[in-house]
Design a protein around this ligand. Structure first.
Ligand code: WQD
Length: 338
């Protein structure tokens, strides 16, 4: 299939582009490069051994988005593009609603106008909110605790209504747990701009000497060691889940369906820090500080639906996630070159 990958220069998008090509699909990247550097494309092309069409485009620009569909004969879209910093979304709600919702609506309108109706949506476990049931299943109610989370909940609703109105649409909503790690080559990886909000990139920057120490947000939770527990998933496994979803949609008409992409295992902050210290052979100094507002104590995926229906499961271990993350970070201490 010829697949448009919006946000394809980003962390998860770039890893998915490589796996699309390796699986025999064609990939076209659309990215506004607001949270990615052009040097990612050079890395991708050298890893893929082929050139990759790239459109530098603001997807909220409907004319520019439609133009892409007029030029490219596309069979499907994987939609990663969007702002994704939870804290920033609280400070800038209008920017998040406008960008994330408008870009999704713009892409869907262009698809409909060009008879392309196979759509994979990059969603998040954040849509489960602070459900007291720690093992998340797809039938749980969706809600949000931040404008970022609401853009995911709202987009999922738009997609459900669209599939309900027009049964030609095949829509896969993929709810990611905590993506970490990097391509084993160490050439592509997670490169947050500015202060890393997420745990793994922060730990990696401590290990490589860019940050002095990790702040552990609370050790008084009702968990194995008091620190927060999450379901970390290797970005390579996550990318493979997108290929599996495309294969499913080609074979089965589910209309709209959601799948959890996670390992099913909960891992604490300190367990991840320990694994990373072993993988990098570096000390990871940390300090226990007060809880971060809004953090849930613990959650992980029930991934049995994806296992059964997508024929997909995670394969990489926590140690492999840390080893691959370290290889990327140690080979690229400052992230991607400008
Ligand atoms: C993981 C654990 C923290 C940083 C977020 C978004 C979610 C999704 C994934 C987009 C928690 C602890 C973290 C630090 C710490 N993003 N932590 N010190 O919060 O589970 O999920 O990223 O879809 O929407 O909410 O990920 O990596 O920020 O935190 O102690 O410096 O690490 O308290 O227990 P989170 P995270």
């Amino acid at each position: 299939m010829r697949v448009l990958v919006t946000g394809g220069a980003g962390y998860i998008g770039s890893h998915t582009v490589l796996q699309l090509l390796a699986a025999g699909h064609q990939a076209v990247i659309a990215d506004d490069f607001s949270n990615a550097k052009p040097s990612v494309i050079d890395r991708l092309e050298s890893l893929a051994g082929q050139s990759i069409p790239v459109y530098r485009v603001d997807l909220t620009d409907r004319a520019a988005t439609t133009e892409m569909f007029a030029v490219e004969r596309l069979d499907a879209v994987i939609h990663f593009a969007g702002f994704k910093a939870v804290g920033e979304s609280v400070a800038k709600p209008l920017s998040y609603y406008q960008n994330n919702l408008d870009s999704t609506l713009s892409v869907l309108a262009a698809m409909d106008a060009h008879n392309v109706r196979t759509f994979v949506f990059s969603s998040s476990a954040t849509v489960y909110g602070d459900n007291p049931v720690r093992e998340r299943t797809e039938d749980m109610p969706t809600t949000a605790t931040s404008p970022y989370g609401w853009t995911k909940v709202m987009s999922e609703q738009v997609l459900a209504d669209l599939a309900n109105a027009d049964d030609r649409w095949r829509i896969a909503v993929l709810r990611y747990f905590n993506p970490v790690g990097a391509h084993p080559s160490g050439l592509i990886g997670e490169d947050p701009s500015g202060f890393p909000n997420n745990l793994m990139p922060f730990v990696a920057q401590v290990a490589v000497g860019r940050r002095e120490k990790l702040s552990v947000f609370g050790d008084d939770y009702d968990t194995v060691d008091g620190t927060g527990v999450r379901d970390y998933i290797h970005v390579e496994d996550l990318a493979a889940g997108h290929i599996a979803a495309l294969d499913r949609m080609r074979a089965v008409d589910d209309g709209w369906s959601a799948w959890n992409l996670g390992s099913g295992d909960g891992v604490s902050v300190l367990a991840l820090v320990d694994s990373f210290a072993r993988a990098s052979a570096r000390e990871i100094p940390y300090e226990i500080v007060p809880r971060r507002p809004g953090d849930a104590p613990a959650y992980w995926a029930d991934a049995s639906k994806a296992n059964a229906e997508l024929g997909w499961r995670t394969r990489k271990t926590l140690d492999e996630m840390c080893a691959d993350s370290w290889r990327w970070q140690s080979q690229n201490p400052g992230g991607y070159p400008d």
